[in-house]
Design a protein around this ligand. Structure first.
Ligand code: BJW
Ligand code: ZN
Length: 241
């Protein structure tokens, strides 16, 4: 793979690097993405029909089954060469922050030390009513659903659903880095889900070097400083070699 000298220079000179990631970064770890050809058991559902508070209130069994299925996949998933290359960026001495939309925890497994989870974490449970954290051993009701030990409300996964705000601190850090990072990577995201999808545009508008990595075209290609059209697991190790 050949890279423009300007790209390698920008990377070498960067003191602050932000790495914004989406489901495509975990695809090569066997974690299915949301909007590519959906396969398997959940092919007939779209994220927009499951990852909402209304869907959960209407049919908590189905939504929980979807999360249990994904937890099973993620539990055994291993970081791939993209996660590892991103973690290795820290060895350059730059200040590196990973801003991820993923809930699978694979960036931390790969060794990244500063990971901001914009859409939460699939392993945390919290109460739908009082938002108290649930413990792994929560009591189950007659339908087999986990319940809050404080108020009896339904427990839900600690992720961010459509219509919900992003965790405030996480969002603040992301917005701050979009204006501060010398190099802003945007890797493996369809960039359709706001407000996260606008971060690369904010970085571009602040005059930062935006590097887009995706096998498909996205709406950020036009504004990106560099577009690497390929899989993250190939492009990132090649770039950082
Ligand atoms: C590879 C690859 C390889 C494949 N290598 N790449 C402004 C305009 C319009 C709408 C809105 C707006 N502002 C807000 C909204 C509403 C909504 C929204 O954005 N809707 C859009 C669908 C239009 N946003 C929200 O509701 C957000 N909250 C919010 O705005 O709060 C304020 C508010 C409050 C109240 C009312 C109104 C506003 C919250 C969004 C939460 C998203 N949650 C999910 C689920 C998380 C939990 C879970 O995991 O179950 O987050 S949805 C899902 O999409 C998940 C992902 O993080 C997110 C993004 O998906 P991602 O990562 O981009 O994956 P894909 O599958 O889409 O793309 C994969 C990409 O990888 C592709 O490009 C492939 O090509 C690529 N790829 N192999 C590299 N090997
Ligand atoms: Zn509760």
């Amino acid at each position: 793979m050949h890279f423009a000298p300007e790209l390698l220079d920008a990377l070498r000179q960067a003191r602050v690097i932000a790495v914004f990631t989406g489901a495509g970064v975990s695809a090569e770890s066997g974690v299915p993405t949301f909007r590519d050809a959906q396969t398997g058991l959940w092919a007939r559902y779209r994220a927009e029909e499951l990852a909402t508070p209304a869907a959960f209130r209407r049919d908590p069994q189905t939504v929980w089954k979807w999360y249990e299925w994904r937890r099973d996949l993620m539990r055994n998933a291993l970081p791939n060469p993209a996660h590892l290359a991103i973690a290795s960026l820290e060895k350059t001495g730059a200040e590196v922050t990973v801003l991820t939309q993923n809930v699978d925890g694979l960036h931390r497994k790969a060794g990244s030390t500063d990971v901001v989870e914009l859409h939460g974490n699939i392993w945390d449970d919290l109460c739908l009513e009082c938002r108290a954290p649930g413990d792994g051993d929560a009591p189950r009701d007659g339908a087999g659903l986990p319940r809050c030990t404080h108020c009896g409300g339904l427990l839900r996964p600690g992720v961010v659903w459509f219509g919900e705000s992003l965790p405030e601190q996480a969002w603040q850090r992301a917005a701050e880095l979009a204006g501060k990072a010398d190099v802003f990577f945007c890797i493996g995201t369809s960039s359709l889900v706001e407000p996260a999808a606008s971060l690369p545009l904010q970085a571009h508008d602040s005059g930062k070097t935006v590097i887009q990595v995706n096998p498909e075209a996205t709406r950020h290609d036009a504004s990106a400083s560099f577009v690497l059209r390929g899989k993250a697991g190939a492009a990132m190790p090649a770039l950082l070699r």
